[in-house]
Design a protein around this ligand. Structure first.
Ligand code: ATP
Length: 236
């Protein structure tokens, strides 16, 4: 289990996260909802060890503290991150991107097995294996980014706004794919603008406002909560 306790991130004098505590386990989808600037990206970046701010508090995975670890060791510990904007290598081929994902030691022995999982999820990536990543559509690039993260054999996959810029049809496919990733036993920690679709596939959710957790419940309870509907689902 990923266990975040009292996590604080400050940029100079500005506290972007003010003591956030949450959990995410293998085999579940946990969504974090919040307005622009609420601190969602700051949270994922701090967990991934790539925060530009000053971080305090505790981040642990299966009881092992990650707080003093560099980002590559955090990947080794079992956390993969797909940042906003995807972070793929545009000049490299689809296959090269996937193989770079398998670089961590924890992933090397299971490379073939993970590749089979990724191809089962995204058959298009096998068909387009030699294509330069940047020449692919936004939806296909998102597949490369998620596929590359899965190649690191994670226990927890974190995604920052993966549906951003995708058509309704493609974001529908993306959310379906996240459900299928959960079925493989991976835990998914998701930051999303698309509250309706993400709550529809999630097990649990947290609301974050001005760097504080202001709500936490099952996804179905959040979906039917009038305050959540008003703030995040565009109905009152
Ligand atoms: P968005 O959906 O707009 O990305 P968010 O919920 O992910 O919003 P963050 O990006 O975490 O929010 O930002 C939280 C606050 O921290 C904002 O006020 C933002 O301006 C500030 N912030 C984020 N990154 C930095 C940084 N590298 N340096 C200084 N301030 C930052």
């Amino acid at each position: 289990m990923l266990d975040i306790n009292g996590l604080t991130v400050t940029y100079g004098l500005h506290a972007a996260l003010q003591g956030v505590s949450l959990t995410a386990s293998k085999g579940e989808i946990v969504v974090i909802l919040g307005a622009n600037g609420a601190g969602k990206s700051s949270l994922l970046q701090a967990i991934a060890g790539i925060s530009e701010g000053t971080v305090s508090g505790e981040v642990a995975l299966a009881g092992q503290s990650l707080r003093q670890m560099k980002s590559d060791r955090i990947v080794e510990a079992g956390i993969a991150f797909v940042p906003e904007g995807r972070g793929i290598f545009g000049d490299l081929s689809v296959w090269e991107n996937l193989m770079l994902g398998a670089y961590p030691k924890r992933a090397r022995a299971s490379r073939q097995e993970n590749l089979e999982k990724v191809v089962a999820l995204f058959p298009k990536l096998a068909q387009r294996r030699n294509q330069t990543a940047r020449t692919m559509s936004g939806g296909e690039q998102q597949m490369v980014a998620i596929g590359r993260a899965m190649m690191s054999n994670p226990d927890i996959l974190m995604l920052d706004e993966p549906s951003l810029g995708l058509s309704p049809l493609l974001s529908g496919e993306l959310f379906e794919n996240l459900s299928r990733i959960r079925e493989t036993g991976i835990g998914v920690l998701l930051v999303e603008q698309n509250a309706k679709r993400s709550l529809a596939i999630a097990d649990r959710g947290y609301l974050i406002e001005n760097g504080l957790i202001t709500g936490a419940d099952t996804a179905s309870a959040l979906l039917s909560d009038p305050a959540v509907q008003k703030a995040y689902l565009g109905s009152g």
